[in-house]
Design a protein around this ligand. Structure first.
Ligand code: PMP
Length: 354
């Protein structure tokens, strides 16, 4: 007897980056931030009254929603919070796309979870290929027949961005379609479209605390958009699980938002390290795409990416290799601390010069 649903039996789940426990690695494979969260977070955890855990959290996380709304000059009705931006994105599928609709459009090379969610919710996918140099095809998105689209900006795993004017042209050309922009990495390039959500009712921005706020383990992400979009997301969330963000995480995220100075210094450090090591990799014979994120996407002129990946792993450095069409000769390398990047460079030098 097979008790699994047809959809479960045929779903290929998302493959998250390895979190190996066998030894200590220099871990540059899951785009985590090398710096700890701000001191306010540590203080908050130290002083957290565990008796609060007797109670359920506020299911709308209104205290955090108010902080997020203030950051973006919006009101709490424009904010939806979830257990990581993965959950927020997952909620978008049943909220905004129909099984028998025109489908959800996204690039062929982008965050690979979009395809998984589309399949799991049985929503048709409209795949728009990137150009040979991985550039985004603005005109294809402007005229694509779909119910809505998801644009990852900066894109993962390429790190390339679509500029603001192009995004505006896509949003304005498609007032009847929802444009979701996944801004998981937007703090590393100052390219956020958050300021435009009050102007465009068809724009939904999804953001996370995992990357620029160093809180991947706390699991918190959010969407901002028109009230009707947010109400829709809350309806579907409350048809699934009312209490997705726990009370400790809510307080942690508030503390992270309050320390603007620390946030900026972390982002600046990551950007400086990224740009320095992009150049270092080029000197070793890598073609490195100009990154606007906290990772580098690189291919070597002679050594195959899979070989470099395995040799780096053997030498205690983990990077991400995707065994997927078009990108199987590329590596995605998270920007670590300067010390971690020195180790990476050292090991890479030995590998490519062998
Ligand atoms: N979007 C993109 C493009 C990502 O790379 C990730 C991280 N895997 C996420 C969303 C989800 O991040 P989180 O759930 O930690 O907010």
């Amino acid at each position: 007897m097979n008790y699994l649903s047809k959809i479960c039996r045929t779903t290929q789940p998302y493959m998250a980056g390895e979190q190996p426990q066998d030894k200590k690695y220099v871990k540059l494979n899951t785009n985590e931030n090398p710096y700890p969260p701000c001191n306010g977070v540590a203080e908050y955890i130290k002083n957290f009254d565990s008796a609060r855990l007797k109670l359920y959290p506020d299911s709308d996380n209104k205290a955090l929603a108010a902080k997020i709304a203030k950051k973006h000059g919006l009101s709490i009705e424009n904010v939806f919070i979830g257990n990581g931006s993965d959950e927020v994105l997952a909620m978008c599928f049943p909220t905004f796309f129909d099984k028998d609709g025109d489908g959800v459009a996204y690039c062929d090379i982008t965050y690979s979870f979009y395809k998984v969610w589309a399949k799991a919710y049985e929503i048709p996918s409209v795949i728009i290929p990137l150009a040979d140099d991985f550039k985004f095809d603005v005109s294809e998105f402007k005229q694509s027949k779909c119910q809505g689209m998801i644009i990852c900006n900066p894109n993962a795993p390429t790190g390339l961005i679509v500029n603001r004017l192009d995004l505006i042209s896509i949003i304005e050309a498609n007032p009847e379609k929802l444009i979701i922009i996944d801004e998981a990495y937007a703090d590393f390039c100052n390219c956020s479209m958050a300021n435009y959500v009050s102007k465009y009712p068809n724009l939904l921005i999804v953001r996370t605390f995992s990357k620029s706020y160093s809180l991947a383990g706390a699991r918190c992400g959010y969407a901002i958009g028109d009230e009707t979009l947010i109400r829709g997301l809350k309806t579907m969330k409350n048809a699934f699980n009312s209490y997705t963000v726990n009370s400790l995480t809510e307080g942690i995220a508030i503390k992270a938002l309050e320390d603007v100075k620390y946030f900026s210094s972390v982002v600046d450090n990551v950007i400086a390290t990224r740009d320095e090591y992009a150049d270092e990799l080029r000197k070793l014979g890598f073609d490195v795409l100009p990154s606007s994120a906290n990772f580098l996407f690189a291919t070597h002129e002679t050594k195959p990416a899979s070989e470099i990946y395995y040799q780096l792993k053997e030498k205690g450095v983990l990077v991400r290799h995707f065994n997927l069409p078009r990108i199987d000769n590329w590596l995605r390398i998270t920007v670590g601390s300067p010390d971690e990047m020195k180790v990476l460079l050292d090991r890479l030098r030995a590998i490519v010069n062998a």
